[in-house]
Design a protein around this ligand. Structure first.
Ligand SMILES: [Zn+2]
Length: 156
């Protein structure tokens, strides 16, 4: 019986595509500086790696660049992409039109269709279909909504 020659065997890790270095918590380059910046106890670092959320919290975005490494925790069950801070760009500011569209979308989720008040929080429109006060009379704190625009009183 032929046995394969040990020298012909190559170790293959089927989960390693060879392109991304992996880091555990606090092992990625620059992590202490990133964490200090997020706590407000240090300046925003200019090198190192950070996750998308960390970049965002520092006022940055990946800037169209692909991740450079992957953060792995819980023995490989959780992963997050790490981006190079030196390639990051300032967070995109939404244009006025984008803000207006966003406000319109939020308004439809925050405005009670019955009393027309706009609340500061989203309403349970799918389940109750109105604000609590219209639904069962639970009085709403006046500081949690803005009054509806007064309807015109002109006779038709
Ligand atoms: Zn209402």
């Amino acid at each position: 019986m032929d046995r394969p020659n040990e020298d012909d065997l190559i170790d293959i890790d089927p989960y390693d595509d060879g392109s991304f270095p992996e880091f555990g918590f606090n092992q990625a380059p620059g992590t202490p500086a990133v964490l200090a910046a997020l706590r407000g106890t240090g300046p925003v670092p200019t090198t190192g790696l950070a996750t998308r959320r960390q970049l965002r919290a520092m006022g940055l975005s990946p800037g169209g660049h692909d991740p450079a490494a992957v953060l792995v925790w819980r023995s490989g069950k959780r992963k997050a992409w790490l981006y190079r801070i030196d390639l990051a760009k300032p967070k995109r500011k939404p244009t006025l039109a984008q803000e207006a569209a966003l406000d319109k979308a939020m308004a439809s989720r925050q405005t009670c269709p019955v009393c027309k008040r706009r609340y500061h929080a989203c309403l349970p429109l799918k389940t109750l279909g109105s604000c609590l006060e219209c639904f069962d009379g639970t009085p709403a704190d006046p500081s949690t909504y803005t009054a509806p625009p007064t309807a015109h009183q002109l006779a038709a």
